[in-house]
Design a protein around this ligand. Structure first.
Ligand SMILES: Cc1ncc(COP(=O)(O)O)c(C=O)c1O
Length: 495
């Protein structure tokens, strides 16, 4: 670059790419997504995608012999074959590769379901992409509340009884939509949820974004597809180890498949890019193959690492074991063995402080933290340096512990308007102290625990405002969807 002309030197740099290179050169221990965790030795085929052939492999869609069959060939194209193999691996009737994350899977599912009717019963803590999908589709949502652990500040899943109650109260519903596993790895009883949904004559959609590795090793929970779910959204790039943004949508081989399949094909055409990245597709194909190969050994090593970390932490005794309390929630039947929750507060360190210190002192990147705990994970087939992480956790200095009130979610306000109507209405911004009683135009969720406190079309109550502002003012909390970090203003439907 030294022989640049003065004009060329005046061209601005590439700050994002530079930052990415800088970050990549750091000696990070990654305990969050993506699940390959920058371990090329554990994922050599995936690593080879970014070698010198990167540009040669970045091809346009509709390339014959890759995306399309060769002319005169009666064989399916390699892309069709790769998706068929994925369907076989997860136990689906059909699988679609996605290049816009599990978010795209949720958008597609909502659009497809809207053809069956206008109301769906949905877990209140669904990812924002389900709410956005409902807005796109004009789907009306009736909610089932997840269980919440008030002390750890985490939201779990829904029980079959809670789903039964909401489906009974909403006989016009055309689908039930749940999330499992949770962000904390808590697994709900999918067979029981399937039975309830099917008894009400509706398909069960499972957002299994965090469980794309399920079913690939005997010690992992079974994938929702094989447990009878009708439609399953899978964020393969999370623990499944494909490249970030790649994901899959699986159609279960159930009584609803014939109805849903053409609706999904149509919805895919509506929201999919016409230029999907071949590299993302290839990474999905490799993640599937690696998990099948690793299922025999590599995933066992990953599980054993996390188990040993738990054992070392429990034997040391500084941090209380949070797993029994998570297991005690009525919806939780299993925990993802590739995740670990450490109750750092019980050892004198708030979770958000532990996260920051681990990053600063040990270059350990943790997936997430609440006031009470940190959550880490490793991907299927990746390894964990147990002693390094355990020593770093034990060496954390104690900090001042502020009061830690248990989390009690305020009741949500009444629905004054439907989601889509609110989204497209004229809006205005009002200060927080004048907003009670107004109808929200935005979706706001306080983290922790990440359950939407107000959605477009719902009345904002004084209790909700207090809860959002208190969470935002705490050193660990934040409010997704807020106009500013302190939640001083709200976007509402104009008078
Ligand atoms: C439950 C759930 N569903 C969907 C998504 C969206 O996934 P993606 O980032 O792959 O679009 C997330 C993201 O974290 C999630 O937690």
């Amino acid at each position: 670059m030294t022989d640049l002309s003065p004009d060329e030197r005046a061209v601005p740099g590439a700050p994002y790419a530079d930052a990415l290179h800088r970050n990549a050169s750091g000696p990070w221990v990654r305990l969050g997504v993506p699940g390959h965790q920058d371990q090329p030795e554990r994922h050599p085929a995936l690593a080879s995608l970014a070698g010198p052939e990167l540009l040669a492999m970045d091809i346009p869609m509709f390339t014959e012999g890759v995306d399309l069959p060769l002319p005169d060939s009666a064989e399916p194209s390699p892309l069709e074959e790769a998706m068929r193999l994925a369907a076989e691996a997860w136990g689906a009737r059909r699988t679609w590769f996605l290049t816009h994350g599990a978010s795209q899977g949720n958008h597609v599912s909502c659009l497809a379901l809207r053809n069956l009717g206008s109301t769906a019963v949905v877990q209140r803590s669904v990812h924002t992409s389900v709410i956005d999908g409902a807005i796109l589709a004009g789907l009306r949502l009736e909610f089932v509340q997840p269980t919440v652990d008030p002390h750890l500040g985490i939201a779990h899943g829904v029980t079959a009884d809670a789903l039964e109650e909401q489906l009974t109260a909403n006989p016009e519903a055309i689908a039930a939509y749940v999330v499992t596993p949770s962000y904390f790895g808590a697994v709900a009883d999918v067979p029981a949820l399937v039975s309830v949904a099917h008894a009400h004559g509706v398909p069960l959609v499972v957002d299994e974004a965090w469980g794309s590795h399920f079913g690939f090793h005997p010690e992992l929970p079974e994938t929702a597809v094989r447990l009878g779910a009708d439609l399953v959204i899978s964020s393969t790039h999370k623990l499944g180890g494909s490249l970030t943004q790649s994901a899959m949508l699986h159609l279960g081989d159930t009584e609803y498949a014939d109805t849903l399949e053409p609706l999904i094909v149509r919805a895919m055409n509506t929201v999919a890019t016409t230029s999907p990245s071949a590299l993302l597709y290839a990474s999905l194909d490799l993640a599937r193959r690696d998990m099948q190969l690793n299922g025999l050994r590599g995933i066992g090593d990953s599980i054993a690492d996390v188990e040993r970390l738990r054992d070392v932490l429990n034997a040391h005794g500084r941090y209380a074991d949070p797993d029994p309390s998570i297991h005690a929630a009525p919806d939780v039947i299993a925990l993802d063995p590739l995740r670990f929750v450490v109750d750092t507060r019980s050892g004198g360190v708030p979770g958000y402080v532990a996260r920051r210190l681990l990053e600063e002192r040990n270059h350990i990147h943790i997936e997430m933290a609440t006031d009470s705990c940190i959550v880490g994970l490793i991907g299927a087939g990746s390894r964990l340096d147990v002693d390094y992480v355990a020593d770093a956790l034990h060496a954390l200095p104690e900090s001042d512990l502020a009061d830690h009130p248990p989390i009690h979610l305020p009741p949500t306000g009444e629905r004054a308007m439907d989601l889509r109507e609110a989204y497209f209405s004229a809006t205005e911004i009002v200060p927080a102290d004048a907003v009670a009683g107004r109808v929200s135009a935005d979706s706001l969720a306080a983290y922790p625990p990440g359950v939407a406190n107000v959605l477009p079309g719902e009345v904002i109550t004084a209790a909700v405002v207090d809860f959002l502002r208190q969470t935002a003012a705490s050193p660990y909390g934040w409010v997704r969807g807020s106009l500013d970090p302190q939640v001083t203003r709200f976007r509402v439907i104009a008078d």
